[in-house]
Design a protein. Structure first.
Length: 143
């Protein structure tokens, strides 16, 4: 059900869920095509309904090497609440573990914080706003 996909296959879901009403060009994230970046998608009836991307990126907030950032996790609205997000998060975590990640971190939208806390992530610092996207928190898990 979950498979590795190309960065370009994430754009439609990113646009629908994360960049609603914005041009498709806003769905390309820096590092999407790096050799160390992985993209995963959940397919249902031959349509990608959920995505997650994993980048090998260090944050200055953590004094640990081999950090991985989860980014662009999204499930189409009509499929949310069915466990697909949890499956994607588990796939991303498994990949990070296979790469011997020391810490997994990301910027979580305010409304997604409870979802990530259920999976053992914690917030770091105060909330901040990403212009035209909304309020976010840094979240992390030591792996």
């Amino acid at each position: 059900m979950i498979k590795e996909i190309q960065s370009s296959e994430t754009y439609l879901v990113r646009q629908e869920v994360l960049r609603k009403g914005k041009p498709i060009e806003t769905c390309y994230f820096e590092g999407d095509d790096a050799e160390t970046t992985m993209h995963f998608g959940i397919e249902l009836n031959e349509k990608i309904i959920g995505i997650v991307s994993v980048y090998q990126v260090n944050s200055q907030l953590f004094d640990i090497e081999n950090q991985f950032q989860i980014r662009g996790m999204a499930v189409l609205n009509e499929f949310q609440g069915n466990g697909f997000g949890s499956q994607l998060l588990a796939e991303a975590e498994n990949y990070c573990t296979s790469q011997k990640a020391s810490v997994i971190w990301f910027n979580a939208r305010e409304k997604a914080v409870p979802f990530y806390k259920k999976s053992g992530y914690q917030t770091k610092g105060d909330s901040f706003e990403i212009p035209e996207v909304g309020i976010h928190f840094i979240m992390f898990k030591i792996n």
